[in-house]
Design a protein around this ligand. Structure first.
Ligand code: DQA
Length: 148
């Protein structure tokens, strides 16, 4: 059986993790989060490719190009979570199992963060566990992929 492969997508401003509002997003950099995710992927015996972009269209392109290389998507769409019909439509179009993650608990924050355009087209959402949200999301995604 071929190894499962997961695409981890990080949206706008997540390249600034570590220095960006550390009281909300923590002190780990994106490189450190990706390294932790890669370690976990190895433990789970799946491949993981990470990509960050500040540009909506690049994230849409990455989602469109995910199959057939990747069997699942882990996404923190960051601010585009709350604005992007295009990212939602791309996830629905490729129809790959997708898990939405957020470092902060978006429901404890400003009301404009309470609505996610992508929540309705993903398997589930993990929000509020800091960098751990990514690891929890990857475990949930891999266990879903192995069951299906
Ligand atoms: C975020 C929450 C979003 O509201 C925000 O725009 C982000 C990060 C999070 O991981 O907590 O950039 O997705």
């Amino acid at each position: 059986m071929n190894r499962l492969s997961v695409l981890a997508l990080h949206g706008p401003n997540l390249n600034l993790l570590g220095v960006r509002e550390p009281g909300i997003y923590g002190t780990l950099t994106l490189a450190q989060i990706n390294a932790q995710l890669t370690d976990l992927a190895q433990t789970l015996q799946v491949s993981l490719v990470a990509f960050q972009s500040n540009h909506e269209g690049e994230l849409v392109d990455a989602i469109q190009q995910a199959p057939p290389t990747h069997q699942g998507i882990l996404i923190n769409a960051a601010a585009y979570t709350h604005t992007s019909v295009a990212i939602r439509d791309a996830i629905a179009a490729v129809n790959l199992p997708t898990v939405e993650v957020h470092l902060s608990n978006i429901y404890r924050r400003e009301t404009f963060r309470h609505h996610s355009y992508i929540a309705a087209v993903v398997l589930g959402q993990i929000s509020g566990f800091g960098a751990q949200s990514y690891g929890l999301g990857l475990q949930a995604l891999v266990s879903h992929l192995r069951q299906s």
